[in-house]
Ligand binder design. Structure first.
Ligand SMILES: Nc1ncnc2c1ncn2[C@@H]1O[C@H](COP(=O)(O)OP(=O)(O)OP(=O)(O)O)[C@@H](O)[C@H]1O
Ligand SMILES: [Mg+2]
Length: 355
């Protein structure tokens, strides 16, 4: 049973659209799917035209059962079709954080609930709320994969550092393996600069970026207002084909294979339009790069450890030239251990890179 959290604290970037339509396309490929709405806004629930009248129990009851009662996750499941089940959400879910405050194991409620399902699904898809609170934490600790939908705009990467840092802390502190993949979820190629921004984001996430991009398609918007996934609303549009292609990539899951880190690729690499910086450290909690290209700021450019194998990377758009830099590992400044070239500066030695 693969459990995938669809998360990004940025609002309106396509989490629900992806949760609903990826789930629906997976079922077309005969995968048994459980879609769990863990957003108090309940948009995935609405996307299947389900309202509070239609259910006795929701995901809220799993987190906060009535006093003296215990509830099985199975009591919250609604059957949608042969291959798809849904656990609905309701607005009271927003009270969970306060109700569980100070309670032990509160971050593991969803994971314990899913354990009761005995792997009876191929996929569990978690539609997360637009913040990193207790509900999203529960989702991360219950999943082995995270898909981050990104709407391709200037602000797309804003706040992403915080999300990736949280995921990394979960890996380290909770000893929980998570593979992170980004998805361009609302890509409008008619908008000026969108191709350029897409290319930067692709380079930033390199092998952790789904090659199946989801283009802006009004049918995806319409489908929601009809309370249907795209598979039932219109199968002749790009929205359907894009999500079908994504579902194939997800089923294949080639990105899940742990890549062995080749020390040679830890040297800065020239990539079209800039440089890919890499630092290997399975132990570090945070790695940033500082250099003459960012005024030696110590936290301006966080590197990301996307597959959890200790390889931290960051693409920085830079014109050809000679650059001095250092890595900031958990707050301490280090020379690049993979790069023998150094240069003396007023504050000591720096690593040197020319391209
Ligand atoms: N590829 C797309 N083409 C057209 N419209 C889209 C696309 N993806 C998302 N949308 C629209 O953008 C809006 C926000 O999408 P969605 O609800 O999926 O985002 P979200 O991240 O779940 O939002 P929230 O953070 O509020 O939960 C919706 O109106 C949705 O229909
Ligand atoms: Mg949503």
């Amino acid at each position: 049973m693969r459990v995938i959290a669809i998360a990004n604290q940025k609002g309106g970037c396509g989490k629900t659209t992806t949760s609903v339509n990826l789930s629906a396309c997976l079922t077309e490929k005969k995968q048994k799917v459980l879609l769990i709405d863990i957003d108090p806004q309940g948009h995935s629930t609405l996307a299947y035209n389900i309202s509070q009248r239609d259910f006795q129990a929701s995901i809220y009851d799993l987190f906060c059962p009535d006093e003296g009662k215990s509830i099985s996750i199975k009591d919250t499941i609604i059957k949608i079709s042969d291959y798809l089940d849904l656990i609905p959400s309701e607005v009271i879910l927003s009270a969970v954080e306060q109700k569980l405050s100070g309670k032990e194991q509160r971050e593991y409620k969803l994971r314990s609930g899913l354990a009761e399902l005995n792997n009876s699904y191929d996929f569990v898809i978690l539609d997360c709320p637009p913040n990193i609170g207790l509900l999203t934490f529960n989702a991360f600790l219950a999943s082995t994969e995270v898909i981050i939908p990104i709407d391709i705009s200037y602000f797309a990467l804003h706040g992403l550092g915080k999300l990736l840092e949280t995921l990394h802390i979960i890996r380290k502190k909770c000893d929980h393996h998570l593979v992170i993949n980004a998805l361009a979820a609302n890509y409008d190629k008619r908008i000026r600069l969108s191709e350029e921004i897409l290319n930067i984001i692709k380079k930033q996430f390199h092998s952790h970026f789904f090659s199946s991009v989801i283009h802006t398609n009004v049918k995806l918007k319409e489908a929601v207002s009809f309370g249907k996934p795209i598979t039932e609303y219109n199968t002749h549009c790009s929205g359907y084909h894009d999500y079908l292609a994504l579902s194939e990539q997800v089923i294949k899951g080639s990105y899940l294979q742990k890549q062995k880190v080749d020390r040679k690729i830890c040297l800065p690499q020239k990539v079209d339009g800039g440089v890919l910086f890499s630092y290997f450290s399975p132990e570090a909690l945070s790695v940033c790069i500082t250099g003459d290209f960012n005024e030696w700021s110590s936290n301006a450019e966080p590197l990301f450890n996307l597959s959890g194998n200790g390889l931290w990377q960051k693409f920085i758009p830079l014109p050809p030239g000679q650059y001095q830099y250092k890595y900031v590992v958990d707050g301490d400044w280090h020379l690049d251990p993979a790069n023998p070239k150094t240069i003396s500066g007023p504050l000591g030695k720096n690593s040197l890179f020319k391209y």
